[in-house]
Design a protein around this ligand. Sequence first.
Ligand SMILES: Cc1cc2nc3c(=O)[nH]c(=O)nc-3n(C[C@H](O)[C@H](O)[C@H](O)COP(=O)(O)OP(=O)(O)OC[C@H]3O[C@@H](n4cnc5c(N)ncnc54)[C@H](O)[C@@H]3O)c2cc1C
Length: 386
Amino acid sequence: MDINRNFTGEQILLRDTIRKFAEEVIKPKARELDEKEEFSVEITKQMAEIGLLACFLPDKYNGCGLDYVSYIMVVEELARVDGSHAATIAAHNSLGAGPLYYYGNEEQKKKYLPKFADGYLWGFGLTEPEAGSDAGNTQTTAVQDGDYWVLNGAKIFITNASTDITLGSTVLACTGTKPGGKKELSCFIVENGTPGFTTKAMKNKLMWRASNTSELYFEDCRVHKDNMLGKRGDGFHQMLGTLDNGRLSIAAMGLGNAQGAFETALNYAKTRKQFGKPISTYQATAFKLADIDMGLEMARNYLYEVCRMLDRNENITKEGAIAKLYCSELAHMASNHCVQIHGGYGLMKEYDAERFYRDQKLLEIGEGTSEIQRLVISRMIGCFDV
Ligand SMILES: Cc1cc2nc3c(=O)[nH]c(=O)nc-3n(C[C@H](O)[C@H](O)[C@H](O)COP(=O)(O)OP(=O)(O)OC[C@H]3O[C@@H](n4cnc5c(N)ncnc54)[C@H](O)[C@@H]3O)c2cc1C
């Protein structure tokens, strides 16, 4: 099937441009950065120069004003070549810029959003050591003291939060108790360098090794009341809304990873000969490739249709969960087949197969595990309404 169907000429041009950029700028360095576990400021700045740190922000904030289909295409194309750089862009745009743009007031937007085009990053501080899937169980507290809120607590696994070009993070904290006894949760804008706020890069990751993942610590960290994002008590709703959209960028990373693994496996299978013939001609290999191709067709069609729903401002809670689940499980299958088709070479760092295999695993965990996606879908189809 022609993958260009249903895309506009502009979207196709964008995809081709990003593909070229990923091949020429990221690919030659991806293996080395992964090996050294090094976040590249240089490549991130280059990505900023072509607008990738302000994908869907409007022109008035120096953004590219992309629709969601185009933004997701960008993430897919980056992930086709390297998971780490796709993660930097997906987390920054969906989780970093997203909440500021959708929930911030004009003053907050004017202060932070235009800086992203200049190559600065923003983090999304939801997960805590004791609050992962159960993110509503946030332990970080914010207590009002005059014009300030005083934050105490810690966050873990926060993407992009501690690089040299990170401006700050949006952080969820408990600001009180609701009438029914539930926690009242609110979001705060916390700039790096604020006294009482420290960040620490997490090392020794299995995957996305050239992306930045951080721990955040708050010890009597005072932020002005103007740093509250939206209304007091709206924080959890804002975070869940952010994740609904963010899941599409994780889905795009799954699709891109599967596409990259597929191309890598197909090329290898056509050139590797055993028993005198290319291994692609053995049905055991060919059927693996056929299964991935089938998954790619289904995933691409579904994911971009959900993006179009979002572009029309339709609710995508269920569809986003399905897209994220399907595309991440496709990446699991595709990268596993890719390694298998490479045989022993697939386990060696000189081949991209092993990096696709490692990078996909996070997609079944981050922004809601596969189990949580199944929970969201079960809830939406009414399983628990009995
Ligand atoms: C590299 C990386 C980057 C990340 N980036 C960010 C970021 O930028 N911002 C951020 O806030 N977070 C981020 N995360 C955190 C990520 O979203 C969490 O790891 C994820 O939500 C799961 O939480 P957890 O690790 O605490 O696992 P847990 O919640 O402890 O889950 C452990 C296991 O229990 C299962 N489980 C839990 N509850 C249920 C249930 N009710 N039903 C069935 N099974 C269940 C899970 O599915 C999983 O298999 C990142 C994580 C990583 C590794």
